[in-house]
Design a binder for this molecule. Sequence first.
Ligand code: SF4
Length: 430
Amino acid sequence: MNKADSERLGSALEQLGLHSVTKANDADLVVFNSCVVRQGAEDKVANNLSLMRPLKKQRPDQVVALMGCMVGPKTDELQRRFPHVDLFMRPQQYDPLLNLVGEQLGVDWEGCVGSLAPNQPDVTCYVPIIHGCDLMCTFCIIPYRRGRQVSRPVDEIVGEVELLVQRGVREVTVLGQTVDAYGHDLPEKPDLAHLLTSLNDIPDLLRIRFLTSHPTFMSQRIIQAVADLPKVCEHINLPVQAGDDEILSRMRRPYTSAEYRELVGRIRDTVPGVSLSTDLIVGFPGETEDQFQRSMDMVAELRFSKVHCAAYSTRPGTVAHRAMEDDIPQADKARRLKTVDQLQESILSDINSTLVGQTLEVLVDGHKKGKWRGRTRTDKLVFFDAGGELDGERLGQLVNVKIDDASPWSLQGTPVAVVSSASIHSHGTT
Ligand code: SF4
């Protein structure tokens, strides 16, 4: 979400005539977009902000702004810690900076800035469709910083994606903290299935993804849309957060581990070949070894394509911070994290080895060290040589790649054919 927010602010600034530079020293304006989901992320921003202090002394005219979830309703404490920062902006609150830049340039920015869609997007692009979140998971700071759920209207999103496609985008990932709750707050109550159906009709858009889902809102209509709509990729991130019911309840996640398993089974029955990833927290306050083991059991049983596992990090302002003691020693959290990662690595090693010899459809989105890079419909990262008859500009092409080698983290292959646009309209072989 932060990447999307940064791109959108970047688009507005470019429309005012600014352009990006690679070094902070060369910039007239430096914006930090902050994340506070865990302490480590917050520390990183704080360190980088402190590094700006000597630069700002040398160049007092340079504007330094802090945006994102580090900025709450009150900024006194931040102003005290970072007196060299000129502006503090809450997530997606671009106006104060645009006002300042507009004043400095002597223009009315509202007359100059149109759509915030990135001007020079990559082949793949994030599109926020919901701001905020209506849930209150006890460990999470996001609703306090991003506010209540506000969905963007279907027409506005479709118009933006059409513009992005004109600018070369071939895959969009629509974003929300609970993306499958899309539309619940809009007067006509469209749902994510409705939006995906509208996006599926956009010519020259090749793929659609959505991130991140919440088990509570994953309706059968949405699951069926993933199965039926040719451009919607068969990949769903479905955060479970814990495999133990008591921990789920204390996290205020409104489902049990049995309900989660039932949902996974239903998704797998409805969408053949679907890949599922998840988010998991270890070391939540009071988590016993038995309760941790239940998370391990779930990871072993459900064989996700990815597990985004994090050690619990208390966030001031959350319910868990106020009402629960962060009592799991750091060493235990680190051990549990490592245990999950090791298990997941061996699962991925197994899953990916079964792909060797298969031909998978890859959307090429970049290159690295002489190889093209892209992802399958199920979100596997694939590299292939940029030589032979497929040499040339491949960005944005769908290429069938025969997989020669696999590691837990990526696949290596040989291109066998460029997929014609006609074959885009059937599900891939992944
Ligand atoms: S659903 Fe996600 S964003 Fe919303 S409170 Fe829970 S963890 Fe945070």
